[in-house]
Design a binder for this molecule. Structure first.
Ligand SMILES: [Cu+2]
Length: 168
């Protein structure tokens, strides 16, 4: 069985076609993996936010230090803090992404703030987002836009629709 498994792995390693893998797949060979990015639909001149899970496949500490996109004039890294019983957004210097500790960006928590949109963000499209990591350098991902009221990447408050562009 072990020999057969090794042979299959060797065969798999020889494949050159990209595989359409589920969001939880491993072995992409990427040091930093961006899982299920999504952003909320919004209008030109307003703000939006992008969310994702960032997985560090290296043994070294790393951190997201900046982000940019052509669809927003300013992009900041934010978190939510409770202040006097009110949740407020605050900029953070960086978002740590350490081995074995994926950074989860989600509504009500850490997020990439897209400030002063240069155009409308419409559900169903994708927007490019460039993420700068202290150690791993820059990565540009295509982020699917979901309806404004969405709570997760599926565009719904619950359940699992199959959405496009989870891993580009
Ligand atoms: Cu914010």
């Amino acid at each position: 069985m072990i020999a057969r498994r090794a042979a299959l792995l060797a065969l798999a390693a020889g494949l050159t076609l990209p595989l359409t893998a589920p969001a939880t797949a491993h072995g992409t060979g990427e040091a930093i993996e961006i899982v299920e990015p999504w952003a909320r639909a919004s209008l030109a001149g307003r703000n939006s936010a992008a969310y994702m899970t960032i997985v560090n496949h290296t043994a070294a500490r790393d951190e997201l230090v900046a982000a940019s996109t052509p669809v927003a004039k300013v992009v900041e890294l934010h978190t939510h803090l409770m202040e006097g019983g009110v949740m407020r957004m605050r900029p953070v210097r960086a978002i740590e992404v350490n081995a074995g500790e994926p950074a989860v960006l989600r509504p009500g928590g850490l997020h990439v703030m897209l400030i002063d949109l240069t155009r409308d963000l419409k559900p169903g499209e994708t927007i490019p987002l460039t993420l700068s990591f202290r150690n791993s350098g820059e990565r540009t991902v295509e982020v699917p836009v979901v309806p404004a009221g969405a709570r997760d990447a599926t565009g719904h408050g619950h359940g699992r629709a199959h959405g496009p562009g989870h891993r580009h």
